[in-house]
Write a protein that binds this ligand. Structure first.
Ligand SMILES: [Zn+2]
Length: 171
């Protein structure tokens, strides 16, 4: 008997497959070692729009990370974090258009998410949230927004009762 299922995977299998590539995409954008080959990843990207969007999403959020020297400048880091704090408190950010503010927020949260992800990758895969916080250099607001973003993107699982965050490993 021929295995027709292999040709036409169920929706659940397809989602499962994409989760696997989701981890690889994250690693690829962050320049980390991947669990699968580049060929394997690119072959999947060629056929899967969802994963191409995932890649674009990460690339957009990590555009700033590719220019690390700029981001490491203390004045730049401070400026972004102050701006985000102001936005959180509902203050008007002087002379900044909403588009600029939104872009800066995405940049700050993207950078924070990268720091948290790398921390979990190095010392995890599961860590107590205050432990992660002590290892990264992020303000409270940026830390929580960044962790929330990783959670929404299925990159990290957060157990809010135990305050343990762990890398999503695709099951
Ligand atoms: Zn996919």
């Amino acid at each position: 008997m021929r295995k027709e299922q292999n040709k036409c995977p169920s929706k659940r299998d397809a989602v499962h497959t994409c989760k696997k590539y989701g981890i690889a995409i994250t690693d690829y954008v962050l320049g980390e070692e991947m669990d699968i080959s580049r060929e394997d990843l690119f072959n999947h990207l060629a056929t899967c729009e969802k994963c191409r969007k995932d890649l674009d999403n990460w690339r957009e959020n990590y555009a700033a990370l590719r220019n690390e020297a700029y981001l490491r400048r203390p004045d730049v880091r401070e400026k972004y974090q102050q701006m985000l704090q102001s936005i959180k408190k509902g203050e008007t950010v002087m002379s900044q258009s909403p588009e600029v503010v939104k872009k800066e927020m995405v940049r700050v949260v993207g950078t924070g998410a990268g720091e948290i992800y790398k921390c979990l990758k190095a010392d995890g895969p599961a860590m107590f949230i205050p432990q992660i916080k002590a290892k990264v250099t992020l303000t409270d607001a940026v830390f929580h927004q960044s962790l929330g973003w990783l959670e929404r993107e299925d990159k990290v699982i957060v157990d809010h009762k135990t305050e343990i965050a762990s890398l999503y490993r695709g099951g």
